[in-house]
Ligand binder design. Structure first.
Ligand code: ATP
Length: 235
């Protein structure tokens, strides 16, 4: 069976000075199917963000293969990797990285302009509940609203996958639930592949697949036959 995403024996070693190195990702194998809502869990320093960065083409493996939709991204040259990042991956981070001098709408439209193609900006803003706020600047928006802008920015190019690194890390828990619910809908209703890195083990109940990482290794992969809607999880 061909998987949408496959990590095969992936290592990431960081060089620390001349004679020292650190294996942040140690022989990792896992697969993800198209449209899955996946959470990568693990303690601080486990290697979660490193895995996400390798998946998003922001960093290169030391060894191993990463297949995305049948293509081995570890073999991409710099230009191919830049194109992959720009067209195929939507990133959502803990801090929203919005451009302060642009309105919500302009922040989203800018990405579309750079990448080309994609979805209608106003429809995307409406789908994340920001229609009324689209002409406001980031400082005039709440944290949850700013994160919605960053989600709109990530999905407007209609990427193959959405990668989210602690997307609720800077939000209060009620707002966090709303954002996670929106991300779950992106997968359940929108059919997108959504991968979230989190410390929050409660999120496991809502995921189709849970990948637990510790000390750079996959400790466990759990497939949930009946994931809960985020709003029904006991946070
Ligand atoms: N550029 C780098 N150079 C050296 N070591 C690094 C580098 N980036 C990450 N590491 C190390 O790799 C390990 C894994 O880091 P990573 O950020 O992937 O962990 P994490 O599970 O995402 O942690 P957290 O939940 O705290 O963000 C850590 O011990 C970190 O110090």
């Amino acid at each position: 069976m061909n998987h949408f995403i496959e990590f095969r024996d992936v290592n990431k070693e960081y060089r620390l000075g001349k004679n020292n190195s650190f294996l942040a990702v140690d022989q990792i194998n896992f697969s993800i199917e198209m449209g899955e809502f996946v959470v990568i869990l693990g303690p601080s320093g486990a290697g979660k963000s490193t895995v996400l960065n390798l998946l998003g083409g922001m960093d290169r493996v030391t060894k191993g293969t990463i297949l995305i939709d049948g293509k081995d991204i570890t073999q991409y040259n710099d230009k191919e990797l830049t194109n992959y990042r720009a067209r195929d991956v939507g990133f959502i981070f803990q801090f929203y990285n919005l451009i302060p001098s642009l309105t919500a709408r302009e922040n989203v439209a800018l990405v579309k302009e750079v990448v080309g193609g994609g979805l209608d900006v106003d429809e995307v803003l409406e789908s994340v509940g920001l229609k009324e706020h689209r002409y406001q600047f980031p400082t005039q928006l709440s944290g949850g609203e700013q994160q919605r802008v960053s989600i709109a920015r990530a999905i407007c190019k209609d990427p193959k996958l959405l990668l989210c690194d602690e997307p609720t890390g800077a939000l209060d828990s009620d707002t966090g639930v709303i954002i996670l619910s929106l991300l779950q809908d992106m997968s359940k209703i929108g059919g997108r592949t959504v991968i979230i890195v989190s410390h929050n083990a409660a999120l496991a109940e809502a995921a189709d697949k849970v990948i637990r990482i510790k000390n750079g290794k996959v400790r466990e992969v759990i497939i949930n036959e009946n994931p809960k809607p985020v709003k029904e999880v006991n946070w």
